[in-house]
Design a protein around this ligand. Structure first.
Ligand code: SD4
Length: 343
């Protein structure tokens, strides 16, 4: 017999499962291979537009192959996952995946999320020992009734899904962490404008459908346990296939407390261009949280359903990569300049 609580849980689970589009008896094994290559599904409401990809920071090495995925006729979701995986595997990128700088205790802890054109999302936070958190996030989206898994549970889920346990701390990252520890005598890291190469990426496929992904090792030398904006749907990433998408990079605490990417998308829904929406979101952060002289960086990128894009940051130095009309190029974002002392 179902008591009140188990009835509630049962109905909640059943409704969630229905909302997420699969039945409870469907086992992970049955759905395991659905993540591999999803053909782009036609959205009857979306007009075919030119495919486009926009990513935070200079990541041409990742947006190029991601555009190939779209040109093969695969979905924006496949493209953003492919894009994120390239950066996650790059030991030279010290803000993402393998090679990412650790927390104050020397552990590399990873945050990621993914959002598809049908409004579904998956996320992992505080995930250790797994090279591709973005693919684990996609598995969470496609093979569970949940949106977010964290820490040990996320790791167990990843292992069950066949991901390998690996050491994420490269010798270079370890050396930097040891130097930081010696110089800072263990004091927590100050949020600063350095070491931001987190990748947030948005793509439009040949059917005009949009998806997005965001993946990071978070703020370098963070307090152990800290999770930033990047895996939070609406903060580090938001996609609404009727309107467009947005991603954030920089000091996550400023983005989380303003739900920045959701704000950008909602402003586009109200009629702002992607550029105007990014500027308004940065202004909101400045109004709420900043004073002159602060060295805190946040940057937003946005793209609407027409393929128009925008990018804006608090401080100078934020760049983004745009792959559109056969051009794969890095651009400098315009910025607000809160700190008059900044070059
Ligand atoms: C965080 N927003 O964890 C991330 C850091 C980042 O480029 O974007 N780095 O706060």
């Amino acid at each position: 017999m179902l008591n009140r609580r188990s009835f509630f849980n049962h109905s909640l689970t059943a409704s969630l499962a229905a909302f997420l589009g699969f039945t409870q008896c469907e086992s992970p094994a049955q759905t395991e291979n659905t993540a591999a290559a999803t053909p782009s599904k036609s959205n009857p409401n979306s007009k075919a537009v030119t495919p486009a990809i926009i990513a935070t920071w200079p990541h041409k090495e990742a947006t190029g192959p991601a555009m190939d995925v779209i040109q093969e006729g695969r979905s924006a979701l496949d493209a953003v996952e492919a894009c994120a995986r390239i950066v996650e595997a790059d030991p030279m990128d010290q803000s993402v995946g393998y090679g990412g700088l650790p927390d104050a205790a020397g552990n590399v802890t990873l945050d990621a999320c993914i959002m598809s054109a049908d409004g579904k999302a998956g996320a992992v936070t505080y995930l250790q020992h797994i090279k591709h958190p973005i693919s684990v996030a996609r598995k969470v989206m496609e093979e569970t009734i949940h949106v977010m898994l964290s820490g040990e549970g996320a790791l167990q889920f990843a292992l069950e899904q066949g991901f390998e346990k690996e050491d994420m701390l490269t010798p270079k990252a370890k050396e930097k962490w040891e130097k930081w520890k010696a110089e800072n005598k263990g004091a927590p890291a100050k949020a600063n404008i350095d070491q931001h190469d987190t990748i947030g990426v948005l793509a439009i496929d040949k059917d005009g459908n949009m998806s997005g992904a965001c993946t990071t090792s978070g703020m370098a030398y963070k307090v152990p346990g800290r999770v930033g904006d990047s895996p939070i749907i609406g903060a580090g990433l938001y996609v609404d296939n009727e309107v467009g998408g947005a991603c954030a990079t920089g000091v996550g605490e400023l983005v989380m407390t303003t739900l920045g990417s959701f704000l950008v998308v909602e402003l586009m829904r109200q009629g702002k261009t992607p550029q105007e929406a990014c500027e308004a979101a940065v202004q909101r952060i400045a109004d709420r949280h900043l004073k002159e002289g602060d060295d805190l960086q946040v940057g937003f990128i946005a793209m609407n359903k027409k393929g128009e894009h925008g990018a804006y940051s608090i401080l100078n130095g934020f760049s983004y990569t745009l792959h559109q009309d056969d051009q794969n190029e890095i651009h400098e974002a315009t910025f607000m300049m809160m700190n008059p002392n900044q070059e």
